[in-house]
Design a protein around this ligand. Structure first.
Ligand code: SAM
Length: 239
């Protein structure tokens, strides 16, 4: 049977809580791309998983709601909240509909490595637009589309490990065959220009499009990242 998010949820929560450098890096670059002062802002964290980004947003002073359709991950997030109260409210919800989130109810939206798990990007961006207040921001990360496309792989060469780019234009659902890859649960590849065109089409104004350089800890954890950005980071605002 193929893996899905329900199937890998416990594994994923353990990976993140075990101190994955990649996930700490993903959290930190997203937080660094947000307004300096989050104090008192309402922030919705879409695809919150076990809550790594939601907790950091709350620690920075935001009022945070984390949503995710994977019940097991929401249960992990709530369990963490019971042990160390961060003040985050978690709900089971789907990022493409956000049916539990009222219109114009949030100042900002974060989506850390989650838009690439949604089949319908237009529906997700339309929902984000609906729930944001005027001037609100959306900041998201996705695995870097150039190096995590279908059929991308790492090969060993005389000068070290090198990444083979894969089928960059093959947009759509793909699964990693690697038994320890998060993307074995299936995820949706899109080109960089598809993401940028989609946010512009939805009326957002582009503020940042970054390819943060991996930290030493990330390179030690994933040596094939040598010289490559693991993530694409985008921040837009509602005009
Ligand atoms: C790679 S994990 C990222 C989780 C968390 N943001 C983090 O940084 O650890 C991808 C998340 O997207 C969630 N997801 C999958 N489909 C989704 C959807 N339709 N709407 C919102 N989130 C979704 C998964 O349940 C999972 O928690």
């Amino acid at each position: 049977m193929e893996d899905d998010w329900d199937g890998i949820a416990d594994w994923y929560a353990e990976l993140v809580r075990g101190g994955s450098a990649m996930h700490q890096f993903s959290r930190d670059i997203l937080l660094n791309a947000l307004p300096d002062n989050l104090f008192g802002l309402d922030v919705l964290d879409i695809g919150c998983g076990e809550g790594i980004v939601s907790r950091a947003l709350a620690a920075a002073g935001a009022r945070v709601v984390g949503i995710d359709p994977t019940r097991t991950l929401i249960a992990h997030a709530e369990a963490a909240e019971r042990v160390h109260r961060a003040g985050v409210v978690y709900r089971v919800d789907d990022g493409t509909t956000l049916r539990t989130v009222p219109d114009s109810s949030t100042d900002g939206v974060t989506a850390a490595l989650s838009l690439n798990n949604m089949a319908d990007l237009d529906a997700a961006l339309g929902s984000v637009r609906r729930v944001l207040r005027p001037g609100g921001f959306l900041a998201f990360t996705v695995p870097h589309p150039c190096f995590e496309a279908p059929a991308a792989e790492t090969i060993s060469t005389p000068s070290g490990l090198r990444r083979v780019a894969g089928d960059y234009f093959a947009e759509g659902l793909w699964r990693s065959a690697h038994p320890h890859s998060v993307r074995r649960a299936g995820n949706y590849h899109r080109t960089i220009s598809t993401y940028i065109a989609a946010v512009l089409d939805h009326g957002f104004v582009l503020q940042r499009c970054d390819e943060p350089i991996p930290t030493e800890a990330v390179r030690a954890e994933a040596p094939h990242r040598l010289g490559l950005p693991p993530f694409l980071l985008v921040r837009v605002v509602l005009a």
